[in-house]
Structures are given as structure tokens and as C-alpha cells.
Write a protein that binds this ligand. Structure first.
Ligand SMILES: Cc1cc2nc3c(=O)[nH]c(=O)nc-3n(C[C@H](O)[C@H](O)[C@H](O)COP(=O)(O)OP(=O)(O)OC[C@H]3O[C@@H](n4cnc5c(N)ncnc54)[C@H](O)[C@@H]3O)c2cc1C
Length: 565
């Protein structure tokens, strides 16, 4: 028997964005959440450091304001963020944090009971609200409880495979039940993508294994424009060896970065902000030190917390300490941590507006898979958790307004797409002779971290693009060694492989075209920002290879200036 499901609204993704959007729509519309993992296994859970809001609770942060949060975010973005959108996010921030607090998020608190705020990179004041170093964990559980309370229908462990879009209208999608390999059609008046980032297109990533970016590649395949993919955030401090994140909160609490000589080398790169310069600058500084021979063999420097003392580490950074003990066999109370930069966040994504709307009727996007754009070419720490909840809510509210006016989806179109997938999966299972999907994927990751990483240059970007082109062709013929349908990771890997290479091509192609340095995108051969030519968003559209064009940036509030810290 073939399964067909129908709802008014289906939210794809059970991370912070998806859950917040579903909470907004469920009271008014028949809503369901579909997710490739149980919601609380989404990557949002791994967020450590905190969420930004200009509450002004810290003693040295009393003068903070929405205005200052907006300015810091725009400056941090290297002026590529759309400024009115940034203001909208920052203005929503205090109410968003309080709403989460009232729903039960156990934030860390000062003695007077107010929510604690720590300093984060690129922020003029301590603005990052936190719950020790498990902020994502507690926020996600809070929203999950809100969904359970509302009895929102869920499809857990279902992988969405493709969208059905005809004449700029979305009708639904096809998905595979990962538990048994069964396929089903899902029709809906409105689909919201909240599918998170694509970190795993890179080797050395802090992201969960499930962060393949399938939401972005599925949208691209459906003809929806993708924005600014060349901007990839590399987090300065990931654990050497496993690349597990060591939160920026560790530096926010006073941690130092030291090179082989024991020197706090940030003095040479950002004398004022030191370790709390924005991530793009700190990541480049670390890699420059390593290249200069001031790092340690293998390519790392130290994150030193030893001077913070045992009590502070146990109170504020217990999760970081435990990760070090479990994964690096050392205790940061006594020794410095070996760290190196690693891929961390996707600034680009599905092109959408402040209410999540795309150019396709009935298709919305929010959170890390979307590009609205509030982070521009470099995201400030603590602004992404904010982005997820704010835009999850704004998108949900907009969908409540628009969905009743949308004509019902054409379920037949979605069923036809399902039949195509039934034949396609059989074909994938019967393939032989092509390379293994896993081997091709590993090569893609290597290329991306080696040639499209922190430092970029025409020669290497071109080499990357050419080899990715070849791998894209090989991806179409890749095969697996079949072992049934239930939780078959090889099969999902094979299904997702072409999409991952599409994303890699959009990143490398966009980076090759953009002959300037801005935020996270640093070209050794074009070391300066070039506003005259490049103060514009990149748009990639479906073609045999991605077709690139540009879109205007909203600079209505702050005139772009040189960015110094
Ligand atoms: C280690 C780490 C620490 C971080 N710390 C912070 C921090 O302290 N502060 C901060 O502001 N930001 C932080 N970030 C960034 C922030 O956590 C993420 O950007 C944010 O949580 C993303 O939320 P999301 O809801 O958009 O996506 P996710 O939480 O990634 O959820 C995506 C959802 O989509 C589902 N999905 C994806 N594809 C499919 C598909 N094809 N079919 C079905 N379901 C699908 C997944 O199952 C999942 O439920 C951190 C990120 C990492 C990796």
C-alpha cells in the first residue's frame, strides 16, 4: 500500500526554527512536523554559547540597545546583511528571549534573578544570554515541550527527497521513512523548510552528521534561487582531531589564545578586541600563525582556560570540560586545549524575505537553511539561535495569514513524483560499477576544506570547481553495496550525494566569481573589500552547472565603512 498524507501546513525540520514555526501555525491550521531525526536530535541541540538580545542585564552592558545590536550585526556582516531585516531581528530579540524564559528555559542568572549575559565576538556589550554552555539544548527542549503540549502531529525519521513545484506554486513533497525505506507523498497548501545548515559538505566541521544541506539542494533542484552560498563560517576554536566545537563562550568567559611561544597572538591582529574579535578575523589569525610556523605540528594552537580557575570552569563551561575529557583525554582546568578552525555555519541559503516567503507560492524557508539575510558575509556568535526562533515565529505568523487564501495542492502531482522516486530508488539499488557514494563524498569534503576554506585563491578555486564538476557527473552514477531498506545510511548517502556536490559547486563557483575579500570570504589574490563592484548578493539558480546572478543589498541605515576591531 502506498501512503499519501495531507495537511494545511507541513514544517520540514524539528530544530529550533521548525518547532517555533509549528507552534505559531498549529493553533490556527492543521500542522505537521517532519524530520529526519527526532526533533531533539537536531543540530540546534548542540549550540553551546548562547542567544543574543540587548537586555542590558550585565553590569557593564546597561547601555545596550536594539540600535547597538543592529549596528554590531551589520558591521559584523561586513555590510552584506540587509539592514532593515537585521533591525527586525534585533528588535524582536528581547521579547523572544523572555518568551522562551516564560516557557521554562532555565537560563543562568545573576544574584538579582536577571538572565546572565556574556561577551561574544564583535559585540559592543555582553549581550549573549546563556544557560551555562548548553543553551541550544535547553531552548530546544523548551520548544519541544510546547509542541508536545499542543499535540502537534509529527513524522519523525522521515527524509524529504524532493519538492513538487509547478509554475511557481508548491504542492508538497515526497519523503522516505528511514525506519523501513517506505516512500510516501505529502501534499500541503504550505511547506516551510527549516532544514538547517550544510556543514558536512566540508571536512573538519562542527556540524552534526545529518547537516548535509539537503533542504538547500532540494530547493535548488526545484528551481528556487539560492543566495550567498560562498560565505561559509569557520569557527576559530574546534577541538584538534575531532573538530567538536569549543564555544566562543570560552573566550567570552576570559579564555586566551596562545601560540607555540605562549604569546597571546591576537594582539598582532585585533589589538582592541583581542580574542573577542569576530570569528572570520580570529579564524584567519589562527591559520596565519600556523602558516608562519607559530603553531604546533599538525596545525593547531592553544585555547587556554587554566587561569579562569576550577570554580568558574565548572560553573560556566562544564560541557566544554566534559567534551575535553571524553574526546581529548585532557582536563582544561589543568592544561590548555589544542584547537584549530573548522567549518561551522552556513551564512547563505534559500533566498527569502523577512517573513520567510520565497518566489514560490506556498513555500517558505527560515533558520540556517534560509538566507534572509541577517548575517551577510559573517555571522556574529549568538545571532543564529536568535535568527532561528525569531524567523521561525515570523514565518509561522505569515503562513497563518496566507495559507487560507492558497488553493488546495494538486495531490496528483505529488503522487506522480512519488512514482518517480519508487522507480528511482530501485534503479539506485540495482546500480553497479560506479564509484561508492561514500568515497566521492569524502573527496568532496577534502576539496572543500583544502581549496575553498579560510583562505581562497583563483588557482585553487578553479581546481576545486573543475574537480567538483567531474565528481558531480560521477555522483549521478555512484552506487552502494545494498543491505536492505531499514536505516540504510548508504542509501541515504547515495540519494543525498548529488545535492551535496551541487552545494559545493555553488560555494566554489560563487567564491571564484567574487573577486574581493569580505567577511568569511578571504581571497589571497583580492585582499580588500570592493564595495563598488561587490556590494551585492550572489544568486545561484538551477542549471547544468549553477547559473549565477546578483541581487541588491539593503544599506538603507548604515553607510559601509572599513571594519576594524
Ligand atoms: C556545535 C554548534 C554550536 C552552536 N552554538 C551556537 C550558539 O551558541 N549560538 C548561536 O547563536 N548559534 C550557535 N550555533 C548555530 C545554531 O545552533 C544553528 O544555526 C541553529 O541551531 C540551526 O537551527 P535550525 O532550526 O535552522 O536547524 P537544525 O537545528 O539544524 O535543524 C534542522 C532540522 O531539519 C531536519 N532536516 C534536514 N533535512 C531534512 C530532510 N531532507 N528531510 C527531513 N528533515 C530534514 C533535521 O532532521 C532537523 O530536525 C551552533 C552550531 C553548532 C554546529
Amino acid at each position: 500500500m502506498t501512503l499519501h498524507f495531507k495537511h494545511d501546513v507541513i514544517v520540514v525540520g524539528g530544530g529550533l526554527t521548525g518547532l517555533r514555526a509549528a507552534v505559531a501555525t498549529n493553533d490556527k491550521l492543521d500542522t505537521a512536523i517532519i524530520s529526519r531525526v527526532h526533533p531533539v536530535r537536531s543540530h540546534s541541540l548542540a549550540a553551546q554559547g548562547g542567544i543574543n538580545a540587548s537586555l542590558g542585564n550585565a553590569p557593564e552592558g546597561r547601555d545596550d540597545s536594539v540600535e547597538k545590536h543592529t549596528f554590531d550585526t551589520v558591521k559584523g556582516s561586513d555590510y552584506l546583511a540587509d539592514q532593515a531585516t537585521v533591525r527586525a531581528m534585533c528588535a524582536e530579540a528581547p521579547a523572544t528571549v523572555y518568551e522562551m524564559e516564560h516557557w521554562g528555559t532555565p537560563f543562568s542568572r545573576y544574584d538579582d534573578g536577571k538572565i546572565c549575559q556574556r561577551p561574544f565576538g564583535g559585540a559592543a556589550f555582553p549581550r549573549t544570554c546563556y544557560a551555562a554552555d548548553v543553551t541550544g539544548h535547553v531552548l530546544l527542549h523548551t520548544l519541544y515541550e510546547q509542541c508536545v503540549k499542543r499535540n502537534i502531529k509529527r513524522y519523525d525519521e522521515w527524509l524529504v527527497l524532493s519538492l513538487v513545484v509547478r509554475r511557481k506554486k508548491c504542492h508538497g513533497f515526497v519523503a522516505m521513512n528511514l525506519i523501513n525505506g517506505e516512500l510516501a507523498s505529502f501534499s500541503a497548501k504550505t511547506v516551510i523548510f527549516a532544514t538547517g545548515g550544510y556543514g558536512r559538505v566540508y571536512g573538519k566541521s562542527t556540524n552534526a552528521i545529518i547537516n548535509t544541506g539537503s533542504g538547500v539542494s532540494i530547493s535548488y533542484q526545484a528551481g528556487i534561487p539560492i543566495k550567498d552560498l560562498e560565505f561559509v563560517q569557520f569557527h576559530p576554536t574546534t577541538l584538534f582531531g575531532s573538530n567538536i566545537l569549543m564555544t566562543e563562550g570560552a573566550r567570552g568567559e576570559g579564555g586566551y589564545l596562545r601560540n607555540r611561544q605562549g604569546k597571546r597572538f591576537m594582539a598582532d591582529y585585533a589589538a582592541k578586541a583581542m580574542e573577542l574579535a569576530p570569528r572570520d578575523i580570529v579564524a584567519r589569525s589562527i591559520n596565519t600563525e600556523i602558516e608562519k610556523g607559530n603553531g604546533f605540528p599538525g596545525g593547531y594552537v592553544y585555547l587556554d582556560l587554566t587561569h579562569l580557575g576550577k570554580a568558574k570552569i565548572l560553573e560556566r563551561l562544564p560541557g566544554i570540560r566534559q567534551i575535553c575529557i571524553d574526546f581529548a583525554n585532557m582536563d582544561p582546568i589543568n592544561e590548555p586545549i589544542k584547537i584549530q578552525p573548522g567549518q561551522h555555519y552556513s551564512m547563505g541559503g534559500i533566498d527569502c524575505d523577512v517573513k520567510g516567503a520565497t518566489e514560490v507560492e506556498g513555500f517558505y524557508a527560515a533558520g540556517e537553511c534560509a538566507c534572509v539575510s541577517v548575517h551577510g558575509s559573517n555571522r556574529l556568535g549568538g545571532n543564529s539561535l536568535l535568527d532561528t526562533i525569531v524567523f521561525g515565529k515570523l514565518t509561522g505568523n505569515e503562513v497563518v495569514r496566507t495559507t487560507p487564501g492558497i488553493k488546495g495542492p494538486d495531490a496528483k502531482l505529488v503522487k506522480d513524483e512519488l512514482s518517480k522516486w519508487q522507480s528511482r530508488i530501485k534503479e539506485l539499488q540495482s546500480r553497479s560499477g560506479g564509484g561508492l557514494a561514500a568515497t566521492i563524498r569524502e573527496r568532496v569534503k577534502e576539496i572543500m576544506i583544502e581549496k575553498v576554506g579560510v583562505f581562497r585563491e583563483k588557482k585553487y578555486l578553479k581546481e576545486a570547481f573543475e574537480e567538483l564538476k567531474e565528481l558531480r557527473q560521477r555522483a549521478d552514477g555512484a552506487c552502494l553495496s545494498p543491505d536492505g531498506y531499514g536505516f540504510n545510511q548508504q542509501l541515504t548517502g547515495l540519494i543525498e550525494l548529488p545535492g551535496m556536490v551541487d552545494i559545493a559547486l555553488m560555494i566554489a563557483g560563487g567564491a571564484l566569481n567574487r573577486e574581493e575579500s569580505r567577511g568569511s570570504h578571504f581571497r589571497r589574490d583580492f585582499r580588500e573589500r570592493n564595495d563598488k563592484k561587490w556590494l551585492k548578493h550572489t544568486i545561484a539558480r538551477l542549471g547544468k552547472l549553477p547559473k549565477f546572478s546578483h541581487k541588491k543589498v539593503d544599506v538603507s541605515e548604515y553607510v559601509p565603512k572599513a571594519r576594524t576591531y
